[in-house]
Design a protein around this ligand. Structure first.
Ligand code: UT7
Length: 324
């Protein structure tokens, strides 16, 4: 039987209207545009309006991806949504989005893999298509991470933004996704976590103690090392050389981490999609936002090979190598 591949047939994204610059943040915490730019590459970020949810951004991104693919919501077999900031505890944000799109009846679920959420979701969707279970799948990465930012903590509040991206994957005889790799090591929980959930940490305080705890320097070191071996492992799994990759589309947390990965691949920065200056770290939203930007700006062309990678809380790390 001929091999079935999952091909990206459409991309979309959505960002909140409100933009907060580094200069704006200088007014609320002791920081500087210079520190933020040189340490992270971030210049501005989009912040969700009051009442605007992860599901709102996800729905908007999904509608654009469906339109680009020429696929009707009613044709979908599956929706997988990566997020750590779901609208409500249940139903899943994937179910909320499904109903708003009018895709009722298909399978729909969320994946929580922190910043690796979208790439995890893509890996899962790929398996559904390869196995013949699904033919048209919507994969979304969406977050309103700034909802759990402590705006008095300069170490974290300058780093994050809100946004969503989506792709439509369809079964095809042509590649398609060559390989996806998903990894996690829960032994690193203490370096990057939010202590509050339903079963632990929940209090009666107004914000329930919800906040991102991050040991930035330690996370940075493990991220660079882990992404180094991840790109080697991904090339090997796809049977490819680094020179065959046309574009690196990395998780957008820190420009210095992105540059280190590009160096490992001996790739000039001209072949790396960078949006961290505009979006900051949007967690699960980051890779699909960068991909949609790359497609709509005409950088990424049909037939080119793309390497997607992400690293985040858990720790989790994941990659996908595909022909667009
Ligand atoms: O997406 C999930 C994965 N997350 C990541 O990949 C994030 C990884 N980590 C990072 O990106 C970086 O470690 C940070 C951007 C978070 C921090 O950069 P760094 O170069 O590792 O700085 P640092 O934490 O070592 O702090 C250096 C100094 C400290 O002052 P002292 O101790 O040297 O006096 C901080 O207090 O910078 C200070 N600092 C700030 N100064 C101005 C920390 N935050 C700020 C700030 N503005 N916003």
């Amino acid at each position: 039987m001929a091999q079935i591949y999952a091909r990206i047939t459409g991309t979309g994204s959505a960002l909140p209207e409100r933009v907060v610059t580094n200069a704006d943040l200088e007014k609320i915490v002791e920081t500087s545009d210079e520190w933020i730019r040189t340490r992270t590459g971030i210049q501005r970020r989009h912040i969700a309006a009051e009442g605007q949810t992860t599901g709102d951004l996800a729905t908007e991104a999904a509608q654009r991806a469906l339109e680009a693919a020429g696929v009707k919501a009613s044709e979908l077999d599956l929706i997988v949504l990566g997020t750590t900031t779901p609208d409500i505890i249940f139903p899943s944000t994937a179910c909320l989005v499904q109903h708003r799109l009018g895709a009722n009846g298909c399978a729909a679920f969320d994946v929580n893999a922190a910043c690796s959420g979208f790439v995890y979701a893509l890996g899962i969707a790929d398996k559904f298509i390869r196995s013949g279970q699904s033919r048209k799948v919507l994969v979304i990465g969406a977050e309103t991470l700034t909802r759990m930012v402590d705006w008095s903590e300069r170490e974290t509040c300058v780093l994050f933004g809100d946004g969503a991206g989506a792709v439509v994957l369809e079964a095809s005889g042509e590649p398609g996704i060559y390989a996806t790799l998903l990894h996690a090591d829960g032994g690193f929980k203490h370096l990057l976590y939010n202590p509050v959930g339903v079963s632990a940490g929940f209090t009666d305080e107004p914000n329930h103690g919800v906040r991102i705890n991050m040991s930035g320097r330690e996370v940075f070191k493990v991220a660079v090392k882990t992404l180094d071996s991840l790109v080697d492992e991904t090339l090997q799994a796809a049977g490819m050389e680094a020179s065959q990759i046309d574009w690196l589309i990395p998780h957008q947390a820190n420009l210095r981490i992105i540059e280190a990965t590009a160096k490992r691949l001996e790739m000039p920065m001209e072949q790396v999609i960078v949006t961290v200056h505009e979006h900051a770290n949007t967690s699960s939203g980051s890779v699909p936002l960068a991909l949609d930007y790359a497609v709509r700006s005409g950088k990424v062309q049909r037939g080119q090979n793309l390497l997607l990678e992400a690293f985040g809380g858990g720790f989790t790390w994941a990659s996908a190598l595909l022909r667009y």
